[in-house]
Design a protein. Structure first.
Length: 386
């Protein structure tokens, strides 16, 4: 359990830090002061910054730049580079504190609020872009070292190792169900012949109508013998009532791995929006949707399972989380990056910013709703555990 928690914190920290680094990097490129880049959430444990002699100094506690002005001469270097890099006591995720991000300091040249609208939009979008970049890297590395997947529709230059046939579903009242076969079983042998492809299984079962057929399957790491008697109607090929698919450890050369990583992101984004559409439709139809979400506890549990399966599984799971984080953040909902972009578009259309108090109130309400959703999903996760 402790190892699962540590892995989950590490995974979440990587994903959130990548997102915040996108904001941080683009803000500094546009001359906006990033006051603090933090790993974990406050209170601050320790931090580093450069003083007016361009030397690294240690800062403890909650001191901010207002208290460090006497030690920092920003005329000696660009103000955008004056940043505290901190390690905080709550070791989950991270943050970047950008000057003027709440609409303050509109007259200060190094303030977010003083920059052009297109620059502010790029700064907001950069976090999402970094999550997509991180997902692309993770998927690509997984494909490079070998990724478990179905072998029915492989990309160009794919190399397949450890190919095996897996039972996807067992039909009700079938020969397979009566013999005790289950979805997820791996068919290793039929009558002592090794099974590697779907056609291997289909040809052996199809030619054994009415005959006792000995299967060796793998279930939960154990090899089990199963006896079935395939049946055939009329002159059809004999069957036992299962749906199967072929799976293997698939790897690609470097450039092909990069291409497959990008294609996988496109597919995942499509599936996320399809799932969101289904969830919205379920809400309007009054169908419960709690089981379709996973909160921090559920994600931590899934992270532990992915880590137990191996590095490739963990990399793919991290990539999926990174894509989800990117898509959710770009949605036009208050408190999210997408919601902030909507306010900037209103400012562009009407020629003046919406009142800071109104915008902050909307974002605070959005944040509260998101927190209530997290609490609800976490409660659902706890119920699932028991």
């Amino acid at each position: 359990m402790l190892i699962t928690i540590i892995i989950f914190i590490a995974v979440l920290s990587v994903l959130v830090s990548a997102h915040e680094w996108g904001h941080f990097f683009t803000a500094r490129r546009f001359g906006v002061k990033a006051e603090e880049f933090g790993f974990g959430f406050p209170p601050r444990a320790i931090g580093l910054y450069k003083n007016r002699f361009n030397r690294w100094r240690l800062v403890k506690g909650t001191r901010d730049w207002d208290n460090l002005d006497s030690e920092v001469d920003e005329t000696l270097r660009p103000a955008a580079k004056a940043t505290i890099y901190s390690l905080n006591w709550l070791p989950i995720g991270g943050f970047v504190k950008i000057k003027g991000e709440n609409g303050d300091d509109r007259q200060a040249p190094d303030s977010f609020a003083a920059k052009k609208i297109w620059q502010r939009i790029i700064i907001l979008v950069a976090g999402v872009v970094m999550n997509f970049v991180l997902a692309w890297i993770l998927f690509s590395v997984a494909y490079l070292i070998g990724s478990p997947q179905t072998t029915s529709d492989l990309g160009k230059n794919a190399r397949v190792l450890e190919q095996q046939v897996i039972i996807a579903a067992v039909l009700p009242d079938s020969v397979a169900e009566k013999a005790g076969l289950q979805s997820g079983d791996i068919v290793l042998k039929i009558n002592e012949q090794i099974i590697k492809t779907e056609s291997d299984l289909q040809s052996l079962i199809g030619a054994a109508a009415g005959q006792e057929t000995n299967l060796i399957i793998e279930r939960s790491g154990e090899q089990l013998p199963v006896v079935v008697v395939p049946s055939a109607k009329d002159k059809e090929r004999a069957t036992i009532g299962i749906n199967i698919f072929s799976s293997g450890l698939v790897s690609y050369p470097f450039w092909s791995a990069l291409r497959e990583g990008a294609l996988t992101i496109v597919w995942v984004v499509q599936e996320i929006f399809r799932a969101l559409g289904t969830l919205i439709a379920s809400v309007f139809k009054g169908i419960p949707v709690g089981d379709q979400f996973a909160g921090p506890i559920g994600i931590a549990n899934l992270t532990g399972q992915a880590a137990d399966l191996g590095l490739s599984y963990l990399l793919q799971f991290m990539a999926l989380l990174s894509v989800n984080l990117a898509v959710i953040n770009i949605l036009p909902f208050p408190a999210l990056d997408g919601g902030r972009i909507i306010f900037l578009l209103f400012e562009k259309i009407y020629g003046r910013p919406i009142k800071k108090e109104v915008e902050n109130m909307v974002h605070n309400i959005g944040f509260l709703l998101l927190m209530l959703l997290v609490v609800f999903i976490t409660y659902s996760d706890i119920l699932k555990l028991f």
